[in-house]
Design a protein around this ligand. Structure first.
Ligand code: AKG
Length: 267
C-alpha cells in the first residue's frame, strides 16, 4: 500500500462518498504505475486490435475520425493479465471495502485513449447499464494524464447521487459518440474536477457524469476505469459476467438481459 493511503485517508474518502456520492483519491497510483498502464495500451494498440474488445481502424479507413482510430478498449481484463491486475489493485480494493462496507467484486474494466479532437461521452448514470440488484455499482476512474475541461476531463453533477435512474432521454446515437445527454436536474451544475495522473475518482451508479470533447491540439486524456459491486449483489446485467474478486477468482451472479456496456444507449 502507498503512504498516501492510510486509514485516516480512507475514512475521509468514505465520509466524502457518503455525503456526495463521489470522492477523489489523490495520487492513488504512482507515476511508474501510470506509465506502465499507458505503455501497455500503446502496445495493445500497436498490435492492431483484439477481436471483441478493441477494434481500431487505420488512419485512412477511419476517414478523419480519431475515435475510430483510437476507440475505447472494453473489458481489457478479459484478454490482458496486466489490465486484470490493475482492475483488482489492492489500493482500489481497500477504498472500495470502506465505500461498500463489504467485500468488493470487479465487473468491468475500460481504457480510454481520448486523443486530441475526440468527442466526449454524454451524461449518463452507470446503474442504467449495470442493473445491479440490490444496491448499486461504484466506478473507480483513474486519470492517466492531467485532466481538465480543455482535454475532456470527467464531468460530474454533484447532488445527483441519490437520483432516480433515468437515462430514457438518451437518444439513439451511441453516447460515446457524443450523442444526447440526460438533462441536468434544475438547480444543479456540472463540474469538472482537475485531476493529476494517478488520481482516482470513485462515484456511485446514480451520479450523473460524462465528459466533454478533447479540444486540445496536443494533450491526450487517457484513463483506466473499473466498475465494482458489493459481494451481496444478487444480479447484474449479463454484459458484466463473470465478476472477479480481488484475489483474481471469477465469481458468478444471476445475469439479467436488461443492461449493456456502460455509456452505450439502451431503450
Ligand atoms: O471517460 C469518460 O470520458 C467517460 C467515462 C464514463 O462515463 C464511464 O466510465 O461511465
Amino acid at each position: 500500500m502507498n503512504e498516501t493511503l492510510n486509514q485516516e485517508t480512507i475514512e475521509q474518502l468514505k465520509s466524502d462518498f457518503e455525503t456526495q456520492g463521489y470522492c477523489l483519491a489523490k495520487n492513488l497510483f504512482s507515476q511508474e504505475e501510470v506509465e506502465d498502464i499507458n505503455q501497455h495500451f500503446v502496445e495493445v494498440h500497436a498490435d492492431g486490435g483484439v477481436p471483441g474488445f478493441y477494434a481500431p481502424e487505420g488512419k485512412e479507413a477511419a476517414e478523419g475520425d480519431i475515435l475510430r482510430e483510437f476507440p475505447r478498449v472494453g473489458h481489457p481484463h478479459r484478454f490482458s493479465e496486466k489490465a486484470r491486475i490493475y482492475m483488482i489493485n489492492e489500493k482500489v480494493g481497500a477504498i472500495l471495502w470502506a465505500l461498500f462496507g463489504e467485500e468488493p467484486l470487479a465487473t468491468q474494466s475500460m481504457y480510454y485513449f481520448k486523443p486530441p479532437g475526440a468527442r466526449g461521452q454524454s451524461l449518463h448514470q452507470d446503474q442504467y447499464y449495470l442493473k445491479v440488484k440490490p444496491g448499486t455499482c461504484i466506478a473507480a476512474w483513474t486519470a492517466l494524464d492531467f485532466c481538465d475541461r480543455e482535454n475532456g476531463g470527467m464531468m460530474i453533477v454533484p447532488g445527483t447521487q441519490n437520483s432516480e435512474i433515468d437515462c430514457s432521454k438518451l437518444g439513439s446515437v451511441n453516447s460515446y459518440e457524443g450523442g444526447p445527454s440526460i438533462p441536468i436536474p434544475e438547480g444543479l451544475k456540472a463540474t469538472i474536477p482537475e485531476m493529476e495522473p494517478g488520481d482516482t475518482l470513485f462515484f456511485n451508479g446514480s451520479l450523473i457524469h460524462g465528459s466533454g470533447p478533447n479540444r486540445t491540439k496536443d494533450r491526450w486524456r487517457r484513463s483506466f476505469i473499473g466498475h465494482y459491486v458489493g459481494k451481496s449483489c444478487r444480479s447484474i446485467a449479463d454484459h458484466y459476467h463473470p465478476l472477479v474478486d480481488f484475489a483474481g477468482n471469477d465469481v458468478e451472479k444471476e445475469a439479467t438481459t436488461d443492461g449493456g456496456p456502460c455509456g452505450g444507449v439502451l431503450r
